[in-house]
Design a protein around this ligand. Structure first.
Ligand SMILES: Nc1ncnc2c1ncn2[C@@H]1O[C@H](COP(=O)(O)OP(=O)(O)OP(=O)(O)O)[C@@H](O)[C@H]1O
Ligand SMILES: [Mg+2]
Length: 247
């Protein structure tokens, strides 16, 4: 479903991605981990077509993203949900208005149907009753949940989450991960989750990929990661995580 092949990207002579290759199968959820500043957000921006590779290819559903014209990109984006790092909502709109925004922009559904869909999605993320609040009136965890509802309301086939739990307390962070897992079971999207939640995220993903020194340094099942002998992986994942997550 998503194939990244030999992706290179530099900024002002500083190479961030030096030949990243990674394949994500349809319906699979992969966690992308790696140190701060190693290029995770840059990598996911290539997957959603917000950045173009210097070299290499990103192929989504058989189509190479950098060759798409603006119409092709629009069609791709309609099938793809992206939760930005920061999970921003539009501040001037209520939670409800935020969630209906993509439906109004990108579909021709009736107002009634849009309303029904939005209320259903808000209920699923546990935000019933907060529809008419503004982002400044709700907590950080609620903002993330509303952003998740806004991304999911389009029934995306592909979901990309860039640090969906950053800045949240551990309990709310875990609740967000469980919510992503529940949404995946319901919608079976193909997913990529950038996260520092290790080992928590291991219980909701099929595979883990670690970005280090501009390449996918290690890749495997969560179990393989926690029992890895690679010193870089061990240092990052931490000792003693084995057995600390349940699938
Ligand atoms: N648009 C840009 N222009 C120039 N440099 C950039 C740009 N975007 C990212 N970078 C640089 O690329 C490197 C990787 O950034 P990136 O945001 O992908 O890191 P990250 O792995 O997502 O880190 P974090 O875990 O802190 O979110 C950084 O050195 C950053 O300064
Ligand atoms: Mg980032």
């Amino acid at each position: 479903m998503i194939e990244i092949e030999g992706l290179h990207k530099s900024f002002d002579g500083n190479e961030v991605l030096s030949g990243v290759s990674l394949a994500i199968n349809k319906g699979e959820v992969v966690a992308l981990i790696g140190g701060s500043g190693c290029g995770k957000s840059v990598l996911v921006k290539h997957v959603v077509g917000l950045m173009k590779p210097d070299r290499g290819r990103v192929i989504v559903d058989g189509r190479e993203i950098s060759t798409l014209n603006s119409r092709g990109l629009r069609e791709l984006r309609a099938r793809l949900g992206f939760l930005f790092q920061g999970g921003a909502l539009f501040d001037s709109m209520t939670v409800f208005e935020n969630v209906v925004f993509p439906l109004k922009e990108k579909t021709k559904l009736s107002d009634e149907l849009i309303r029904t869909r939005a209320f259903k999605e808000l209920e699923l993320v546990g935000l019933s009753g907060s529809e008419h609040k503004y982002p400044s009136q709700i907590s950080g965890g609620m903002v993330k949940r509303a952003a998740l509802a806004r991304a999911l309301v389009m029934d995306p086939e592909i979901m990309v989450f860039d640090e969906p739990t950053t800045g949240l307390d551990p309990v709310i962070g875990l609740a967000i991960l469980r919510l992503i897992d529940a949404c995946h079971r319901r919608l079976s999207f193909t997913g990529l989750i950038v996260t520092h939640e290790i080992p928590k995220v291991f219980s909701i993903v099929d595979r883990v990929a670690m970005l280090h020194k501009g390449i996918i340094w290690a890749e495997g099942s969560p179990q393989e990661f926690v029992s890895s002998k690679d010193s870089v992986v061990r240092e990052f994942v931490g000792e003693g995580t084995e057995g600390s997550f349940i699938r």
